[in-house]
Design a protein around this ligand. Sequence first.
Ligand SMILES: [Fe+2]
Length: 387
Amino acid sequence: MGIDRFSFPTTIHFGPGARKLVADYLLSQGLQRPLLVTDRGIAALPLLSSFLRELSGLQVGIFSDITGNPLASQADRGAEAFRAHDADSVIGFGGGAALDIAKAVALLATHPGKALEYAWDHPQVRPMDRELPCWVALPTTAGTGSEVGRSSVVSDDKTRIKKILFSPKLLAKVVFADPELTVDLPPALTAATGMDALTHNVESYLSPVYHPLCDGIAVEGTRIAARALPQAVHHGKDLTARGEMLMSSMMGAIAFQKDLGAVHACAHALSTVADLHHGLANGVMIDHVMRFNLEAAAAKMAELGRVAGVASEGSEEARANAFIGWLTTLKEQIGIPAKLGQIQGERPITREDIPALVEVASRDLCHQTNPRPCTPADFEAIFAAAL
Ligand SMILES: [Fe+2]
């Protein structure tokens, strides 16, 4: 047996009102000039103005030039804003995009060059060998779990290909997970981000990497999402359901130290090719990919069905099939389209997109830990079935 290393380092303050602890925390660290990194949508909401009022004693700079899937250029501009404000810390406040940019801004605050030069597959990748300024995370969606993740995913502005900056140094120093920040998220976004969280738990549990600690977290994270997601979508003010989804999303992101699988490879391709929302892409694809995975992962899928509350009778395969059926029903309950062709939007996905989708998905590293090896022909079949 080899020697494994396990680590769960992030301090998390969890509960309604946790955001109110931020100012005291930063001041206790001798920090007074945070740069708050958020997206344009949030910058316009009362959510941000009321949070700013709770940051008394601090001189807060704001960088909010972030829209849609995060771009490398946004991180570069955020780093300029950090220097212009003479900032000493970073507050990430928002969904996955804002938190991923906040990480990259913290990185570039003490490291030379541009964000993409730190992507793991850059030909002359620069080392992350210095300390980062303190950065704290406040998620306003329950999905990516970026607040507890050690990677920042930013797209190359030209190719739109997602690039991964990865280092434990990118971990937030402290997370303030406050469900009150998520209660105004509209149902469609609650559903899409929630499906991302659920997919992280499911795919990391199915990943063959040896990590029983994360397996336990992923199973429990699935159980929590299964009971909380429909409630959070249909009764958005329910703080218990919102808190549970925030917890499930952090659990999913902690668990995916084990890496993910083919659902995420497909979702990354859909974002690259059709600029589809990441959570929505996972939500549409998950049951189609699970049908492909069935022959390689029936026992684990049966277990996920059990914790999701699916009636557990019959053979292992029958119970795994019941889990897939549950996913399909859940999608319907929370308004996630069953198939790619049913997605409303200005950019319909058609049969002509399949070659490009297959190419990007095959190149994506996520499917290397899929329980069943996934060839380009397999991806083609999966996308065709999902269309
Ligand atoms: Fe994801």
